[in-house]
Design a protein around this ligand. Sequence first.
Ligand code: ATP
Ligand code: MG
Length: 426
Amino acid sequence: MKYQALKGMSDILPGEVRKWQFVEKRTRHFLESRGFQEIRTPILEQTELFQRTIGEASDIVHKEMYTFEDRGGRSLTLRPEMTAGVARAAIEHHLLRSGIERLYYMGPMFRAERPQAGRRRQFHQIGAEILGAGGAEQDLELLLLADGLLKYLGVPGVRIKVNNLGSRAERQKYENEIRKYFSGHEKELCADCKFRLEKNVLRIFDCKVEDCQGMIERAPKMVLDISEKHFQEVLHGLKQEGVDVIVDHRIVRGLDYYNFCVFEVTAEGLGSQDAICAGGRYDGLLKDLGGQEGGACGFALGVERLLMALSSGANPLEKMMSDRTVYFASSVGFPGARERVTNKENEILLKLIESGIRVIVGKRTADIREHLKKANEAHARFCLIRGSVEASKKKVAVKDLASRIQEEIDEDKIVEYFLSKEIKSR
Ligand code: ATP
Ligand code: MG
């Protein structure tokens, strides 16, 4: 019997994990520098939490959740997204007592979808939430955060589309209006849209089927009042900050809890699954979950798609990482390859890691050619050698794999050496 990982769920092997760590680390730096703090919530929650917030008629609750009964007969669900869990935790632990709370998270989510490139059953999101935030100022902050993060990470071809879904009351009124309109064309709608018409009519705008497009184009537009002032303030703020966005009335989002300003971000190099990040305002969610009255907004970024986009640009991720990576070749010239990292080596390597340099410790071998081959395969820019000759002199040798120049440095000056070369991990 041979076992395999479940369909749509990937093993992430060491060479690949390095890219994840690189992106996660930079993301933490960026989000924390903007005042967001990490929150970690359980992967399992009560099914009802998602039904209540995401909505029974959404694709997620309707057909994508991994739901099962536990031994006590309770219905549990593997989280398909994290906003509901974060909101639940914030209420449960009274995080909003002292005003606005800025939180971020990263971790696996689960949806039973048809797997394809950029669409997995276990996938990973990085997200940020601003809880207890009513004003346009926070929508603006959130959009600038998403835009800033994607730029900081070097994502190519970022395009932000925004839309105003209206206040809850405006949205409800509009839903009634377009329900009437689409009901008049029911026969012409595709099967999915027929379902949406009954359960979640706004989602018809998200349909990609050719035959539905004409009807969608001719549908009445939403009449907006209070929410439009809010929306215009956000657009104005973005303009002042020099961030280009496209207003697109077809951005409706698949989750019930959104209102006011919503957005989706696409990037280059992703093929047909080109949405990399999405979010918006979800006023009312905190109250629905038994918390205080108060607005909130947030976004989620797909890490698999992020990595795909970063591998496709002009300055691919591997190149960015390479310049900050040191491969450590040990055991060179020692009689017999030693299997472990010695305390002195560990001291040197830890100092490098703590100063932000990525270190890959090579498998033990006395053969320097084998080490250099591995260093190249691992896309390291530098090879650090502390063989028997160097160790006896309290030195290390550093070979720049790009220029092929090798230098000898005092073993206690190694961090200063790399910092002076500006290879510090950003
Ligand atoms: P899509 O329209 O691509 O299904 P979505 O609207 O369902 O996306 P959200 O729930 O808003 O997506 O999640 C935000 C981001 O998470 C998406 O933009 C995408 O990058 C990522 N994402 C969502 N579902 C998956 C999945 N099954 N596999 C990989 N990434 C995903
Ligand atoms: Mg989806």
